[in-house]
Design a protein around this ligand. Structure first.
Ligand code: LER
Ligand code: MN
Length: 270
């Protein structure tokens, strides 16, 4: 398993659960100095950060880019894959396609979290799920052509009414004709929604392509009441070999959250 930490460069989401917020290079340097294997990036668009500059920084600080978030498409531009307006859905697909290309330049997959949207009021659930399936099918093809996976993230009930639990996300995934979509196990969302976090990891381990490492209160692991012992055992037992990425609040500040995270990672996974 490999450690990662989040960097957000989108001022509009300043209150969100991302560890570093300021300068990209400083954040990558700090993450590398602490011993993280990778950073997960959240940018306003596919051109907000120059993809070549990112590769250069990645090489000079010897730290990888493990994933790119696409949520700015919703937060900044109001786009989702389940918007009732077909034009908005098409723009959401374009936005995510570009983000897939941006990530792929660093061999990093894109994550679809809040861009999945919601079943809109007045729209039948089956219709919204069809829009989602169409969008994800197109995007998984885009990702496949770029040689990367696509990561879909079940979110808690306060953020989406689409899929909150792995059982439902996996059942839907099986209806798609794709082989390169994996699920994101965000421990914060799972703590709200799953009967058992370790149980879900054992049951659906083969679908997990990325992990968001966050405690029950969305602070760094060890700062809330999540029981890591059984979760770490479950991830080890399914031989999870991907990234364990801290998507947490910068509490009490970014540096302390980063230090707490790498200590927790070394405690549970080394
Ligand atoms: C995205 O990874 C996520 O977990 C969302 O809850 C962010 O708000
Ligand atoms: Mn997450």
């Amino acid at each position: 398993m490999k450690s990662a930490i989040t960097i957000a460069l989108v001022p509009q989401i300043k209150s969100g659960p991302w560890v570093f917020w300021k300068n990209l290079e400083d954040s990558m340097a700090k993450a590398a100095a602490l011993g993280f294997d990778a950073v997960e990036l959240f940018t306003a668009s596919a051109t907000a950060v120059d993809a070549r500059l990112l590769q250069q920084l990645s090489e000079s600080y010897r730290i990888r880019v493990c994933a790119v978030g696409t949520g700015a498409g919703k937060v900044v531009q109001g786009l989702t894959l389940t918007d009732p307006d077909a034009g908005v859905r098409a723009r959401a697909i374009d936005f995510i396609s570009e983000m897939i290309g941006f990530g792929a330049a660093s061999t990093a997959p894109a994550i679809i979290g809040s861009m999945q949207g919601n079943v809109p009021q007045g729209t039948e659930r089956a219709v919204a799920l069809q829009w989602l399936s169409e969008g994800i099918s197109i995007l998984s093809d885009v990702a496949q052509k770029k040689g990367v996976q696509l990561i879909y993230e079940p979110l808690n009930r306060y953020e989406t009414n689409i899929f909150n639990c792995f059982v439902d996300a996996v059942a839907w995934l099986k209806t798609l004709d794709t082989t390169n979509v994996q699920l994101l196990a965000d421990l914060f969302h799972m703590n709200i929604e799953e009967d058992s976090i370790p149980g879900t990891i054992y049951q659906y381990g083969s679908y997990i392509g990325h992990v968001h490492f966050a405690d029950s209160n969305r602070r760094a692991i060890g700062m809330g009441h999540t029981h890591m012992n059984d979760i770490a055992k479950a991830l080890q037992s399914i031989a999870y070999s991907g990234y364990i990425s801290a998507e947490v609040f910068p509490w009490p500040n970014s540096d302390a959250a980063a230090r707490q995270t790498i200590n927790a990672f070394n405690t549970w996974f080394k």
